[in-house]
Design a binder for this molecule. Structure first.
Ligand code: 3HC
Ligand code: NAI
Length: 692
């Protein structure tokens, strides 16, 4: 049983002991229940303190148990909570570090609560597509008020315990040793009768109907793909309008219904996927790490500046090297402007601005960077340029420095071979804008040392990125898949679509931006340069020519004021371009393709399933370690809709046999060669299995 029981004088102490965060799994619940029974049976025990061992009071219900029989196995959380509330001796929660979800709900059922300052207090269930299901929506409004409770429940965000001091949530804040204070408090209240219960507090909110209608409008507008936030509002509203037990029942019904939704499953998949991504089977957590106290970036262009900002934001000094003063000044000015804009929005203080700018210094000399613990190269995407840079880095950098490349398409093993220390070379593929995007593809070369990988993984957390390991291949995980998506988007234009139809269909599916709006934003010339290289290196690769024709018209996107769409100066809104649409239609005639009406369903299936098929290959080749890593790449770097859980999770929810059937249909159409199901996909579909 994962809870300890001891008696200190007249006070029984039950300590949850289920590392790392005292999740309320079956064994922990059984431990608490057992402790309560013992304490209630023993005459000498006058009061009971419940606390948590280690780094949390409790992180809440054990999410790993959800949708398994263990969740409901007695004693379930409701039984434990009811037993605490009905106890005839005072039960005191001693809260510290983290009290979240079911953990906070357990504390709310206690007769008293004491807390250390600095504890994170939250009902974060909404982040998992749920609502607090063990009384949180009914009890929290009673102790902190309807408005604070609603904010906490709808946002799921933690509030520091000291901010809630003075509310009925905490009877006492304890500055010194929590257990000493909690036991002293327990002794003080041991004889109090009747025992106070949160359920007996009246929710006094006269104007609640108007308030909740306003809340529904606001929350509904902000959470269009997720049902949970509105249900949270309904349940908190019930606390003001229903009797306590009816409110509990209402909460329970809504909780159980949300648990079955795909949206909640997708969010839980994301929660575990993010954590799983940091685990590398042959590189255990205790692998020694190299200290990273300083960094250097080569190239102050689009990516270099943004990458440098990540280090400064994390308090790590970073030097940026350029070839010419002019390029350096331009790069650093962009960094400054970015910080200034954040400051104007009130998200950065002058002091922080000064600190961060103070951590970034420019240089033209390799001599200035030789002592950096990590250097990240972000120069032009040409092997010749990378060769020169890595030769130089090999000569100058101190032994043990990590030599990283931000290449998005080039062979990392080849880049490593330009040095005499390929074990120190790794890929760190940031996404644009590098100071904003969460994703960091960490590219593991053939010879990359384990401690270099472990260090880079830890560094990704420090700079607040979601690090996902990828093996070496053209485009790594993300861009290799997006190439299939873009290819299908191009073919769709040839066969009958116009850019806005494709964009609208995939945006309706949930993507933040369709492929053509995205191309206009990122610059269509980038893909053009890659294709031009491909036409030479891999003439067998087929693409629609429409994108090349567009670039030949000088329409690179927003930066040239024209791309797939027209743009007006100072306005990022896309306007239909008759010129482009005429070009697309003429191109179909030129290549003798009869244009047809294409459904939105076909658009979505072709764009998404083409990626899924490539992902299956990526998985079976071992480029990605696990299917959820691929989902993390797409959710954190490519705007894949979160409520769909990523491409692999989405394919699982559609059913892999259905995905294969659709692919076989498209294999009969134009360019059917791109629709051969990957062996892994065929195998899983045949066996009725899923990717995740
Ligand atoms: N259940 C199961 N495992 C959990 C968990 C939970 N509630 N919370 C965290 N974990 C696990 C993580 O998966 C991770 O496992 P791993 O080491 O195997 O990868 C480990 O605990 C450590 O987690 P973090 O890396 O996130 O550690 P941090 O110290 O950064 O953060 C935390 C700790 C703030 C508690 C964070 O983990 C968190 O936000 N957890 C989720 C809390 C939550 O959503 N609780 C509500 C659960 S639903 C509920 O209670 C329903 C109820 O209303 C009926
Ligand atoms: P960029 O052209 O904006 O910047 C490159 C910078 O490197 C320029 O300022 C240039 O002066 C400098 N430079 C060139 N050779 C140099 C050398 N030998 N020594 C020092 N500085 C040198 O290019 P961008 O977009 O920043 O790309 C850099 C790298 O990042 C490329 O490998 C690219 O593939 C990769 N990348 C780019 C992304 C993007 O969206 N732009 C996304 C992810 C990766």
């Amino acid at each position: 049983m994962s809870a300890n029981y001891e008696v200190k004088g007249s006070i029984a102490v039950i300590t949850l002991n289920n590392p790392p965060v005292n999740g309320l799994g079956y064994a922990t619940r059984a431990g608490i229940f057992d402790g309560l029974k013992k304490a209630l049976a023993k005459r000498a025990v006058k009061a009971i303190v419940i606390t948590g061992a280690g780094r949390a009071f409790s992180g809440g219900a054990d999410i790993k148990e959800f949708n398994t029989p263990k969740t409901t196995l007695e004693p379930n959380l409701h039984t434990v909570i009811a037993t605490i509330e009905a106890a005839d001796k005072p039960v005191i929660a001693a809260v510290h570090s983290v009290a979240m979800g079911g953990g906070l709900e357990l504390a709310l059922a206690c007769h008293y609560r004491v807390a250390s300052p600095g504890a994170q207090i939250a009902l974060p269930e909404v982040k998992l597509g749920l609502l607090p299901g063990a009384g949180g929506t009914q009890r929290l409004p009673r102790v902190v008020g309807v408005e604070t409770a609603l904010n906490m429940i709808v946002s799921g965000n933690p509030v520091p315990s000291e901010k809630l001091a003075g509310t009925k949530l905490f009877d006492q804040m304890i500055e010194g040793d929590l257990m000493t204070g909690a036991i002293a408090f327990a002794e003080k209240v041991a004889a109090v009768r009747p025992l106070p219960k949160v359920r007996d507090i009246k929710v006094d909110y006269p104007n609640h109907e108007a308030f909740f209608q306003f809340a529904r409008n606001t929350v509904g507008a902000m959470s269009k793909n997720f049902p949970a936030p509105l249900k949270c509002v309904d349940c908190v509203a019930a606390s003001a309008s229903m009797k306590f037990d009816d409110g509990l029942k209402f909460e329970r019904e809504n909780f159980l219904a949300l648990m079955q939704t795909t949206e909640s499953k997708a969010l839980r998949h994301f929660f575990f996927g993010e954590r799983a991504a940091s685990k590398i089977p042959d590189v255990p957590d205790d692998t020694p790490k190299r200290p990273i106290k300083s960094a250097a970036i080569i190239g102050a262009g689009t990516m270099g500046g943004g990458i440098a900002m990540n280090f400064a934001n994390a308090g790590i000094p970073v030097k940026v090297l350029e070839m010419k003063q002019e390029a350096l000044d331009k790069g650093l000015a962009t960094v400054r402007r970015n910080y200034e804009n954040t400051m104007k929005k009130g998200k950065l203080t002058q002091q922080k601005f000064d600190e961060r700018m103070g951590l970034i210094t420019g240089t033209l000399s390799y001599d200035d960077i030789k002592d950096a613990d990590i250097v990240i190269e972000a120069v032009f995407e040409e092997m010749g340029v990378k060769e020169k840079v890595f030769n130089k880095l090999d000569q100058v950098m101190k032994p043990g420095a990590i030599l990283a490349s931000n290449t998005s398409t080039l062979d990392l093993n080849k880049i490593a071979s330009f040095t005499k220390r390929p074990q120190d070379v790794i890929g760190t593929h940031f996404f644009s804008p590098a100071n904003v995007m969460k994703l960091l593809e960490i590219v593991r070369g053939e010879k990359t040392a384990k401690d270099v990988l472990a260090t880079t993984m830890t560094l990704s957390k420090k700079i607040k990125k979601t690090g996902v390991v990828s093996g070496v291949c053209d485009g790594f995980i993300g861009n290799r898949m997006i190439e299939q998506y873009s290819r299908q988007a191009g073919f769709l234009l040839e066969e009958g679509c116009l850019p806005e139809q494709v964009d609208k269909a995939i945006e309706k599916f949930g993507f933040a931006m369709g492929p053509f709006r995205m191309g206009d934003m990122a610059g269509n010339d980038i893909g053009w340069a890659i294709r031009k290289r491909r036409y030479v290196e891999r003439p067998d690769m087929k693409y629609s020519k429409t994108a090349d024709l567009l670039c030949e018209m000088g329409r690179y996107g927003q930066k040239t004021g024209a791309g797939w769409y027209d743009y007006k100066p100072g306005d990022r809104k896309p306007y239909l371009s008759q010129l482009v649409n005429d070009m697309i239609i003429k191109h179909s005639t030129d290549i003798k393709v009869r244009r047809r009406k294409i459904s939105d369903q076909e658009i979505v299936e072709r764009l998404v399933y083409s990626m899924v098929n490539e992902a299956a290959r990526i998985l079976e080749e071992g480029i990605a370690q696990r299917a959820s890593d691929i989902d993390m790449v797409y959710l954190t770097g490519y705007g894949f809709p979160l409520h769909r859980g990523g491409p692999m999770f989405y394919a699982d929810t559609v059913g892999l046999p259905n995905v294969v059937t659709a692919m076989k249909k498209y294999a009969k159409g134009r360019h059917g060669e791109f629709w051969k199901p990957a062996p892994l996909l065929t195998k899983l579909a045949r066996k009725g299995k899923t990717f995740n």
